[in-house]
Each structure stands twice: as C-alpha cells, then as structure tokens.
Design a protein around this ligand. Structure first.
Ligand code: HEM
Ligand code: HEM
Length: 493
C-alpha cells in the first residue's frame, strides 16, 4: 500500500450529484402537483384546458414515480457509488482511462434517456405497467446504461488495492445483479407496429406474458425494484456514511453480512403480497404474506445495526445535522419495514389494498428513508468533493425540521385517510347493503388530501433549501484541506 494518499477523481460523481438534485426537485414538484390535484381536481387544468392532456393526473403520475425512482434515487445511487467505490476499494478512477470514458458515456446516455422519457411519457407513450412504463427503445437504452454500471463496479474491483470487499460494495453488487434480471424479464415484449396506428405505434409493444402470468412477473419485478433500488443500495450508503460521519465503527460487521444474505434471499419470494385476493394461485399469495413477515428479521437486523453504531455517541444526534438525517432514516426504515409486513397479512391487506394507507407506506419509506439517506450522503460528500465546508449549518437544520414535519404530515394523513376509506367501503347494514357510496368516501378524504398536499409542499421547500446549500457549498463554502475534515472510519480512507 502506498503511503501517499490517493487522489480520487470525482468528475463523474459530481455529474450524478447535480442530476440527483435536479431530478429530485422536478420529481417531487410533480408529486406536489399531484397531491394538490387530488385535493382540488381543478388543478388538473393547471395550464388551461388546451394543455389539460399534458397536465392531467394520469399523465403526470408516472412522470412523478419514474422521476423520483429512476431519476432521483438512481442518480443518488450512482453519485455515491462513484465516491464510495473508489474510497473503499482504494483505487482512483483516474488510474483507468477505460473506466473514466465508460463512466462518462454512461452518464450522458442517461441524460439523453431522461429527456426521451419525459417527452414520451408526456405524450402518453407507455407500456402501461407501473414502474415499467418506458417504451421498448428506451428499455434497451436503460439496459445499456445499467450494464455500463456493472462494467464500472467489476472494473474497479478488478484493479483495487484493498483486498477486503467492504459490506457496502456487496450491497451495490446485489443491486446491480438483481435489477439487471428484474428489468430484463419484466420488460420482455414484442414490438407491434401497425400501419393505421400512426407514428406512435412504432413504439408500441405487447408483453411476452399474458394475464395472470404478466401480473405475477410485474409484481415480482415491482416488489424487488423496491427491494433493490429503494432499499439495498440505500443500505450500502448508510453502512459507509454513518461510520464515516460519526467516527464510529459499524456495530457488528457479522450482523451486516447475516442481514445481507437474509435480505436478498427473502425479498425475492415476497412479491406475491401485491396480488393478495387477485386471480393468482392462493399458495403464492400465502407465500408472499409469509415471506413478508419473515422479512422483518433481516430488515430490522440492518436497522438495529445502524442505530447501535451510534452507541455511546448519541450526543452527536443533537450536534450534527447529518447524523440526525441518518438516524431518522434508519428509524423510518424500521418503521416502513414493520408496516409493510403488517399490510401483507391477508386480513389487513383486505382493508388496506387500493387505499391511501399503501400510498402512506410508500412515502414513509421513500421520504423518510430513501430521500433522507441520499441527502445525508451527498452532504457528507460535498466538502470532500468540492474541497469546501458546508455553506450553512443553520440552513441544514431548518431543512431537517421542515422535511421531518413534511413527511410526518404526509404519512399520518394518509394512514387516517386509508383506514377511513377501507372502513367506509366495507361498512354495511344488517341486510348487506353498503352504508356508503364510493363518492362519500372521496368526500370524506378531502381534508386529508389537503394535509398531505401541505406536507408535501413543506417537504419540497426543504429540497430547495438543500439544493441552494449544495450550490453555495460548491461555489462559496470556506475552502478546507482534506486533512481538516473529520475522517475516522473503520475503512480509513
Ligand atoms: C414532495 C414529495 C412527494 C409528494 C408530495 C408525493 C406525492 C405523491 C402523490 C400525490 C402520489 C399519487 C398517489 C395516488 O395515486 O393516490 C404519489 C405516488 C407515488 N410516489 Fe410520491 N410524492 C413525493 C415524493 C416521492 C418520492 C421521493 C418517492 C420515491 C423515492 C415517491 C414515490 C412514489 C410512488 C412509488 C408512488 C406510487 C404509489 C402507489 O402506487 O401506491 N414519491 N406521490
Ligand atoms: C419488510 C419490508 C416491506 C414489506 C414486507 C412491504 C410490503 C408491502 C405491501 C404489503 C404493500 C402493499 C401491496 C398492496 O396491497 O397493494 C407494499 C407496497 C409498496 N411498498 Fe412496501 N414493504 C416493505 C418495505 C418497503 C420499503 C422500505 C419501501 C421503500 C420505499 C417500500 C415501498 C413500497 C411501494 C413503492 C409500494 C407500492 C407498490 C404499488 O402498489 O405501486 N416498501 N409494500
């Protein structure tokens, strides 16, 4: 091992950081618009009747989900990979021209893909599968972008100096392998150009699977996309950034490995919980429920490991805003991985499915766990990448409290809304007549939709504060030398 510290190259990491900030704001801005549309349907005509086609809920919803998942989250995953990968493997990207060039190609191909996705979804070109809306030519581009990430991961591992492969790298590898298989199998489709369909039909395709089989593959994909995009790579981040920021070693490295194998083994069997009471075999639904409950073990194994890493150092929660973000992220992770298994129990799912409680679950996981962790990771990276101190700690604290308030308003209102909805739909008199019509339940929900929209707007304001703080850090923060930065970690580098 060389004595001179390595000069890591963050050119590509910086590009992904910008992409995460921009797509995070765009995606969440659309989320806020959707939330106001549900509260006040007139907002569907945001830009007037002429443009209603493009601003309606149906067009914007997939744009929101795809922008926050494939835009913000994937950019956050890449930004952290291009930082963490080099540091824990103790090798600089600058040492391989091939890796530098392919990494840049990967980013710019992604940027072109984002533009094509926005245009195609706004024009209503969609495969019609949730989280797999993209038309087939874009799917092909996505596979190339993803494979290029694999080239980076294994390329960097191939030229590493550090023999031990730190746990975070395992999680990144699992994300890469699982998403590759999921994405390709779920998007297997046959292009079906038909002359009378006009230019748009060039992009039309039909899934290789039919009926129930299609639903099964779709939710095997959908659930594991949650697992291997919104969970596994985020764990990769926290296992690196929490010890780094706090100066504490991971509580138990053994537990992190055990939880890793538990998680990857259990996740793949749990997707059936999305199809409870659907026309899928009963044993598959039961298997989905059972594995969902088992999933609490590895999920909590990871979460407890994260929290115990702070043992003896809880005072840092009060003094360091980044630790606040990460500790709350772990707590929300625990919380959503208890809530999910509860929703997967058949009798509970009978009440919860199709209701806002599911949307509440999605967002306590997304806003509390995924976004908080990516924000903390990028704030830890910023001083090291730009050689400047975080511009404003007080802005950071304001952001933390605003976003904590925002997510709390979001999930609490959606819990109440969802359970109200479920109860109203099933309420009946002694003769079996339904007590409420559907529209009664919609009217009952209006106050909760407003609370959610307010919560979402507050959360979005926090995102703008974050973007401003990051921009100012990069351009006007006080200059710092690498050795000035607190740098104590289990994998010192
Ligand atoms: C300011 C922040 C956000 C707001 C206000 C917001 C709002 C919304 C709204 C109104 C919906 C439609 C719900 C419905 O159809 O009933 C939705 C759906 C969804 N959002 Fe968000 N969102 C935000 C951030 C995020 C983030 C950061 C993620 C993921 C990383 C995310 C993932 C999703 C998903 C997966 C759905 C579909 C849920 C389902 O089908 O059950 N959202 N969001
Ligand atoms: C132990 C872990 C988890 C289990 C067992 C679980 C279980 C569930 C269940 C039962 C549903 C509702 C299915 C339905 O009736 O429609 C669901 C939906 C969902 N969960 Fe989880 N969940 C877990 C963790 C998470 C986490 C950490 C996230 C991250 C943000 C997440 C994101 C989602 C999304 C996006 C959906 C909505 C899918 C859709 O209908 O569009 N889940 N989950």
């Amino acid at each position: 091992m060389e004595n001179r510290p390595l000069e890591y190259d963050y050119t590509v990491a910086k590009l992904w950081m910008i992409s995460a900030i921009v797509l995070g704001i765009v995606g969440m801005l659309i989320g806020v618009i959707l939330a106001w549309q549900l509260a006040f349907p007139g907002v569907n005509l945001l830009l007037g009747e002429g443009l209603a086609e493009y601003t309606s809920f149906g067009r914007l919803r997939p744009l929101h989900t795809d922008a926050v998942i494939y835009g913000f989250t994937v950019s956050g995953i890449m930004a952290t990979w291009y930082y963490v990968g080099q540091r824990v493997l103790k090798v600089s990207m600058a040492e391989s021209k091939f890796l530098m060039v392919t990494a840049k190609i990967q980013f710019w191909l992604y940027a072109i893909g984002v533009v094509l996705i926005v245009v195609s979804l706004l024009f209503g070109l969609s495969q019609g599968k949730e989280y797999a809306e993209f038309i087939w030519p874009i799917d092909i581009a996505i596979v190339i972008i993803w494979v290029l990430w694999g080239v980076q991961i294994f390329g960097l591992i191939g030229i590493r100096r550090e023999k031990t492969i730190y746990i975070s790298i395992w999680y990144y590898i699992a994300s890469f392998l699982a998403v590759s298989a999921l994405y390709i199998f779920n998007n297997m489709a046959i292009p079906t150009y038909f002359a009378s369909g006009g230019i748009g039909s060039i992009f039309h395709s039909v899934s290789m699977y039919a009926g129930t089989n299609d639903a099964l593959v779709q939710w095997w994909f959908g659930h594991n996309a949650v697992g291997f995009v919104l969970t596994v790579p985020i764990i990769a981040m926290i296992y690196y950034f929490l010890p780094k920021e706090s100066g504490q070693a991971i509580y138990s490295y053994k537990l992190s490995l055990l939880a890793f194998w538990g998680l990857v083994f259990t996740y793949v069997w749990a997707g059936g919980h999305h199809l409870i009471f659907a026309t899928t075999p009963d044993w598959m639904q039961t298997m989905g429920s059972v594995f969902s409950v088992i999933l609490i073990l590895p999920s909590w194994g990871s979460a407890i490991n994260m929290l115990l890493t702070m043992k003896g150092e809880w005072n840092q929660v009060a003094t360091n805003p980044l630790i606040k973000f990460m500790v709350l992220a772990s707590t929300f992770y625990m919380f959503s991985t208890l809530e999910g298994p509860i929703q997967a129990i058949k009798s509970v799912n009978a009440l919860a499915h199709f209701t806002e409680w599911i949307v509440g679950h999605v967002h306590d996981g997304a806003l509390g766990w995924v976004v908080f962790m990516i924000i903390a990771a990028m704030l830890h990276m910023a001083p090291r990448v730009y050689g400047r101190e975080i511009y404003s700690k007080s802005l950071l604290n304001t952001q933390f409290w605003l976003q904590t308030l925002g997510v709390t308003l979001y999930f609490t209102s959606m819990w109440i809304a969802g359970i109200t909805q479920g109860m109203m739909w099933r309420a009946h008199d002694e003769f079996g007549n339904l007590a409420y019509s559907f529209i009664d339940s919609v009217i009952a929900l209006e106050p909760f939709y407003i609370i959610r929209a307010v919560g979402g707007t507050i959360y979005l304001i926090g995102m703008f504060i974050w973007a401003y703080n990051m921009y100012k850090t990069a351009t006007a923060g006080r200059r710092v030398e690498a050795n000035e930065l607190q740098n104590t970690s289990p994998m010192a580098s």
